[in-house]
Design a protein around this ligand. Structure first.
Ligand code: BG6
Length: 510
């Protein structure tokens, strides 16, 4: 590993203050795959206080021991060799379980009793973080019930906060309605709308890259940037999530949240400080500059796709989306979406931001490509060099996290020849790889009361504001040629044409 030549800032965060984490939907995937492994990692980093406990709630009737064992097993699987049984045992004895229907008021009475019991046993005090990892249709109701049971009330220094998973609504109107509903119970400062992309180290690094370095900001604008590409490509299909996906589709699932969050970090103006409101204000302004699409523009500037069967690069033959479990045989739901967006402000006017995401693409990669303009004039015209490649900065967010800058270099020899080369920074070379699920920072921050990495109501609404016109047109005009890309390929041909019409091409390097 190469050492960073200099590091600045404190190496360790302070341990958290006493509190209880209450997970609604605790028998689900998220608790097992992300939340408990994240708590384990926080415990390993000594960031969890002794006075900390977790109460899981779910409809399934489970004994507390069975609950602890199931999660222990999941954490062990996730961590592999890094799993230390003693460390887990220390966490497991602080796990509790309440079974009950989340729509039933009695469940909240039992939760209250368990919270009192936990506070007495572990000295956790009155602060609680309620984590809503339930089906979205329950978000409003759970918050209402928390309010009715007096569980959302803060008392002196004892805070009560609610983390809400995505999707927050399914379009602009429903997101607004959900906001109105939860605002009856919670103040905005108590609400933490999560977007797990913001928990990823490399996503947070976009802010450091842009605002802790002086050399990029001067060229970060329409004078120098030709266009921006944001790609979230997944190799996985929908797996067992067909039911959810049939209601959602790729656009809703990924664009108003993850992709637009990435866009806002790239497009935002420098904030006046790292204060949550300052950062979120600037992100919000960038999102509000996105040009709303007319129906004609939706037809020209968006592409949807659905995978058919195909062969993945590792040789695995995989079924079409329509053959996945819980998916309708003639499903019109898209598993791929590409859109071209323009931002109306002085920095970005006329610079297209091309966003795409899809399942069953040939590689798993999340990356942002900033493509710079070509040189204004080529002095090499009288030489064999007939083509100059523009510079390209690639932020690789996952996997193989890193940053590379593409530029032209002279190929050694007597003739003038130009080769395209990359200057590469790899996170792991400098900082090793930390065990992380991405949820560590988010849980730590929510418990600590730092909302910088969470979405405010206005940002969620802006996200829906961008995609709702697209959803409206797509609903009115059902797709005609689904499936239109084979699993294991880079999506439908129309997505290539979307850029080709502008004289550009997707960067398909992983
Ligand atoms: C989730 C989506 O929010 O993000 C999934 O619902 C998607 O469909 C996932 O697979 C991608 O997250 P990551 O962290 O694996 O890039």
């Amino acid at each position: 590993m190469t050492e960073a030549t200099e590091t600045t800032g404190s190496a360790t965060a302070a341990p958290l203050a006493p509190c209880v984490l209450v997970i609604f939907g605790a028998s689900g995937d998220l608790a097992a795959r992300k939340l408990l492994p994240a708590l384990y990692n926080l415990a390993a980093a000594r960031l969890l206080p002794e006075a900390f406990a977790v109460v899981g709630l779910a409809t399934r009737d489970l004994e507390v021991e069975a609950f602890r064992d199931a999660l222990g097993q999941a954490v062990r699987e996730r961590l592999g060799d890094a799993f230390a049984p003693e460390l887990w045992a220390g966490l497991a004895r602080r796990l509790y379980f309440v079974a009950g229907n989340l729509r039933a008021p009695e469940t909240y009475g039992r939760l209250q009793a368990t919270l009192a019991q936990v506070a007495a046993a572990h000295g956790t005090g009155g602060s609680a973080l309620f984590y809503l990892s339930t089906p979205p249709s329950l978000f409003g109701e759970v918050v209402r019930r928390l309010g009715e049971a007096g569980l959302a009330r803060e008392d002196g220094a004892a805070w009560r906060r609610v983390v809400i998973e995505k999707p927050f609504g399914h379009d602009l109107d429903s997101a607004r309605a959900l906001d109105r509903e939860i605002a009856q119970v919670l103040a905005e400062r108590q609400i933490y709308r999560i977007d797990h992309y913001l928990g990823k180290e490399t996503v947070q690094n976009i802010l450091i890259f842009r605002f802790a370095n002086g050399i990029f900001e001067p060229v970060w604008n329409r004078r120098y940037v030709d266009h921006v590409q944001i790609t979230v490509a997944e190799q996985l299909g929908v797996e067992h999530r067909g039911r959810y996906y049939e209601e959602t589709g790729a656009l809703r699932d990924m664009v108003p949240n993850h992709l637009l969050q990435l866009l806002s970090l790239i497009a935002m103006e420098p904030p006046s400080s790292f204060d949550p409101e300052a950062v979120r204000n600037e992100k919000g302004k960038a999102l509000s500059g996105i040009q709303p699409m007319s129906p004609e523009e939706v037809l020209k500037w968006t592409v949807r796709g659905q995978y058919g069967d195909g062969t993945m690069p590792d040789g695995a033959v995989v079924p079409a989306y329509r053959s996945e479990p819980y998916v309708a045989a003639g499903s019109p739901v898209e598993t791929y979406a590409a859109v071209k967006l323009l931002i109306d402000n002085w920095r970005w006017a006329d610079v297209p931001f091309y966003l795409r995401t899809g399942k069953r693409l040939p590689v798993r990669t999340t990356q942002i490509v900033i493509q710079f303009k070509r040189v204004p004039f080529s002095p090499f015209r009288q030489t064999p060099v007939d083509h100059l490649s523009p510079n390209r900065l690639v932020l690789r967010l996952q996997p193989d996290e890193g940053i590379s800058l593409r530029f032209s270099a002279k190929v050694p020899g007597t003739a003038v020849r130009i080769g395209v080369v990359n200057m590469d920074f790899c996170y792991a070379d400098y900082f090793g790889s930390q065990p992380s699920t991405g949820y560590e920072t988010l849980l730590y921050d929510a418990i600590n009361g730092d909302a910088t990495l969470f979405q405010r109501a206005d940002s969620v609404e802006r996200g829906w504001g961008v995609v709702t016109p697209i959803l409206d047109v797509w609903r009115a005009l059902p797709p005609r040629a689904f499936p239109n890309y084979a699993a294991g390929t880079w999506g439908p041909e129309e997505a290539d044409q979307l850029l080709a019409r502008d004289g550009r091409a997707w960067s398909n390097e992983a």
